[in-house]
Write a protein that binds this ligand. Sequence first.
Ligand code: THU
Length: 163
Amino acid sequence: MAHPLHLTITVDVLASETELTSAEALVWQQARAATDHAYAPYSHFHVGAALLLEDGSVFQGTNQENAAYPSGLCAERTALFGLAASKPQSRIVGMAVAARPARGDFGPAMPCGACRQVMTEYENRQGQPIPLLLPGPNATIYRFRSLGDLLPFQFSADDLPAR
Ligand code: THU
């Protein structure tokens, strides 16, 4: 017999930045600061991502566009790929994303599907949930408890045939 499978994802909705812990405020501010380094001459949409590492340092990524449009990459993936390529031993203990128009205020931003897939795999790879801060509507902050919460039924290495 078919039966419904109910999924539960808990998101903490913070009313404003004042509700962030000091570690969260650091990664949040670094995601916002990173938007200054976006290369987005086509979309004029500046996205920043920041990864808080176990040693207290922060690694940033920004969207990098290209005249051949599909060759560009989102901020979330430049951050994760850049960290894995340059500091492969790092453990990520938090992540934040920020976005704004080239000349304008910060607004809501949710990672695209391809980034969610990549975020999930890096989280699985380190075997420890990574909390995520995203800008929600009306200056709220959405705090997800795990990157994987953004992509239920994700494709994973476990789905690949054994070899
Ligand atoms: N973008 C990101 O960097 N992250 C997202 O999650 C969504 C979109 C970038 C890609 C492109 O440079 C611009 O935003 C407009 O889509």
